[in-house]
Design a protein around this ligand. Structure first.
Ligand SMILES: CC(C)(COP(=O)(O)OP(=O)(O)OC[C@H]1O[C@@H](n2cnc3c(N)ncnc32)[C@H](O)[C@@H]1OP(=O)(O)O)[C@@H](O)C(=O)NCCC(=O)NCCS
Length: 188
């Protein structure tokens, strides 16, 4: 709508079932951009077929403990976020924690603070929901993302296995306490 008035604006939008095709598209595009150099074509394809099939994404979108958000500028989707609470978390960290399962920005929009905005948005949700921790898993060799989390104060507390095709990879588990006194995110 905003384009009709000539001024596209930045927004974070909660994703519903009606956006499943766009979600699938950006999930695949960002995963391939990030991991194509470090996985075989077969493993990558197997992972995409399983993790980002329409059936799988539909069940995740319908899970009341999971939420997906797009970062958009006008009609353009620049990246997305997936967070889990309660039983949707991939590890039994506790009901006072929120899992940042996916944070992906398209290559061409990286380094423009969009990742930072989505991370701040995650913490604001955790704070409003009165949760104490945000945690995540990151591939041990994804140094850029690890640096991003370290810069934000995350610390390693464990590790788990993340399987891409037939390749069992090690994910570092990192966590950061939610500061209930802090204002993380100011709406635009
Ligand atoms: C990791 C990611 C989400 C960060 O988002 P981003 O929008 O690129 O990062 P931002 O612009 O918000 O930058 C925040 C900080 O990240 C780090 N960073 C950003 N771009 C960087 C780069 N090119 N090289 C190294 N560090 C970088 C910096 O510390 C930066 O802060 P500073 O520039 O003020 O010092 C994004 O790069 C991404 O989507 N990567 C590919 C997918 C991925 O690995 N996701 C995480 C899976 S666990």
């Amino acid at each position: 709508m905003e384009e009709l008035n000539g001024t596209p604006k930045f927004e974070i939008i909660k994703i519903g079932l009606s956006e499943i095709e766009q979600l699938r598209e950006i999930s695949i595009e960002t995963f391939v951009e990030t991991f194509k150099e470090t996985n075989t074509q077969n493993n990558l394809q197997q992972f995409l077929n399983e993790a980002y099939s329409l059936d799988q994404l539909k069940s995740e979108l319908e899970n009341p403990n999971s939420e997906f958000f797009f970062a958009k500028f006008g009609y353009e989707i620049m990246g997305y976020l997936k967070i889990n609470q309660g039983e949707a978390q991939k590890e039994s960290i506790g009901h006072n924690a929120l899992e940042l399962e996916r944070i992906y920005i398209l290559n061409k929009f990286q380094g423009k603070k969009i990742g930072q905005i989505l991370l701040d948005y995650t913490f604001e949700i955790a704070k409003k929901t009165n949760l104490d921790w945000v945690w995540l898993g990151v591939w041990e060799h994804n140094q850029r993302a690890i640096n991003f989390y370290l810069k934000n104060g995350f610390v390693q507390f464990d590790q788990h296995i993340f399987t891409v095709g037939d390749d069992d990879q090690t994910d570092i588990l990192m966590k950061l306490e939610v500061d209930k006194t802090k204002s993380y995110f100011t709406p635009f």
